[in-house]
Design a protein around this ligand. Sequence first.
Ligand code: ATP
Ligand code: MG
Length: 274
Amino acid sequence: IIKDLSDLEKREVLGHGNGGTVYKVYHTKTCSFYALKVLRLNGIRQPVEAEILKRVDSPYIVKCHAVFDSGNSNNDGDKGGDISFVMEYMEGGSLNDVLRQHRILSEKVISVLARRVLEGLGYLHGMNIVHRDIKPSNLLINGKGEVKIADFGVSHVVEGRFEGNENDAGTCAYMSPERIDPERWGGENADEFSGDVWSMGVVMLECLLGYFPLIGAGQRPDWATLMCAICFGEKLEMPEKASPEFQNFVRRCLEKNWRKRATVLELLHHPFVS
Ligand code: ATP
Ligand code: MG
């Protein structure tokens, strides 16, 4: 439907990220809104994101309608151009916005959320795609209140074996022990998919607790504190009133040993989401 970038009018900034900016745009020909993510082409990050976005098509993944390579768009001696993704506009914002507004969510809401994220991850993993950056700001909500997975900026297509230590990718707070400390937690051989399950578990627990769960409420951790909490933290703080189903679900996601951690397929049959 979208043939030309010039048919899109920028209306507002929806978010700033690592490599670019996301705008709310108006498509004059169809009189409808889209989200436009514009990235500076300066590394290897963008082509992977573009490749993945072109391949995926699922109700659980934010849809990308078109990709435009705007080539060399400035004259300041900078070689890279821009790449633009025209995506479905998710008017509910991100789960991060929702959490900031409501602080906590009910188990009922979280179970619907978890189910959809699992369906999305199941789809991606089935295509050998690891998301690697599941966190509240990458889970977006549309006008119907449906959550979808977004942002393939650090995703990876698994071909053969694990490609070793890539600790710099993704956001460390939601990263699994085997990605943070591969030596201790057997990350060299980890199938990368289990890292997405860990991150999802952190997010779901955060939704119930109202704060980042691996460290105490109100703390602003540095990287070392965070790393210790993820790799060595013994007890998992669980809200007292959490149902046994929820508790078990989260424990199965936050199993430090990735070999014992539940897979997406197992979790899709878990009582908490079924
Ligand atoms: P980060 O590095 O922080 O993860 P990023 O550069 O990879 O960000 P995105 O995560 O894709 O970019 O988008 C940044 C923010 O823009 C999101 O958290 C969300 O608030 C907003 N946003 C992105 N895509 C959409 C969309 N399709 N509809 C509505 N808002 C969006
Ligand atoms: Mg993001």
